[in-house]
Ligand binder design. Structure first.
Ligand code: AMP
Length: 220
């Protein structure tokens, strides 16, 4: 099963993908996480990625598509994959359709998350993430704080704030989302795979609630 998490930054893609991944037993593949790992390790790809990410821009399509193309050949994703943050442009979506078709696969479900913009900014600025790459639990220091400040409840590692989680960069990321990524809503609507879910405290529906409903629907 191929599931895509679509939505502006801070709508809860990673949180929902993590719950789905644990329950469906298929890997969550976040292109953002892969880029951050390369940046941390100082690889050539990391240097290229950082030059875009630090400015709130999308990494070039050919770089990102190449990365996903090789990830699709790895053994752990042969029974399914949850793509968290890919595709983000129409070119990437078209390339993904081709890459999957070559492997006799297709996109099965696209979960499109929507959240009011002011809530997104508040959520991203207050976001903290577990630094343990095998955990990556996401907290919000206001809505969902850890029991002990700065420490992950699940694994005890330190919580970190992403460098690009600041107001200035988030505004650029949101602009880019509307210009480059939001056309994918129509792209997948036409394919009949789109499922739109609102994630907002104003309707008392957060990522965990959405994930629970998706899992229940899949069981039916
Ligand atoms: P994320 O962790 O998904 O918020 O991604 C962090 C950053 O990595 C984004 O703001 C982009 O700069 C870059 N990135 C992640 N996924 C993609 C993608 N599919 N295409 C281009 N850039 C990406």
């Amino acid at each position: 099963m191929v599931i895509i998490m679509l939505g502006a930054p801070g709508t809860g893609k990673g949180t929902i993908a993590k719950i789905l991944s644990e329950n469906l037993n298929i890997p969550q593949v976040s292109t953002g996480d892969i880029f951050r790992k390369h940046i941390k390790e100082g690889t050539e790809l990391g240097k290229i990625a950082e030059s875009y990410i630090s400015k709130g821009q999308l990494v070039a399509d050919d770089v990102t598509i190449g990365l996903v193309n090789s990830r699709l050949d790895e053994k752990d994703v042969q029974n399914g994959i949850i793509l968290d943050g890919f595709p983000r442009t129409v070119k990437q979506a078209e390339a993904l359709d081709e890459m999957l078709a070559k492997r006799n696969k297709k996109v099965d479900m696209v979960i499109n998350l929507t959240t009011p913009e002011e809530e997104i900014i508040e959520r991203i600025v207050n976001r903290r993430i577990c630094s343990n790459p095998d955990c990556k639990t996401v907290y919000n220091i206001i809505l969902n704080p850890p029991k002990k400040e700065g420490i992950c409840d699940v694994c005890g590692h330190e919580l970190i704030q992403r460098k690009d989680d600041n107001v200035e960069t988030v505004k650029k990321r949101l602009q880019n989302y509307f210009m480059q990524t939001s056309p994918l809503v129509e792209y997948y609507e036409k394919q009949g795979t789109l499922k739109t879910e609102e994630v907002s405290k104003s309707i008392n529906r957060l990522g965990g609630d959405v994930a629970k409903d998706i899992l229940e629907n899949l069981k039916r």
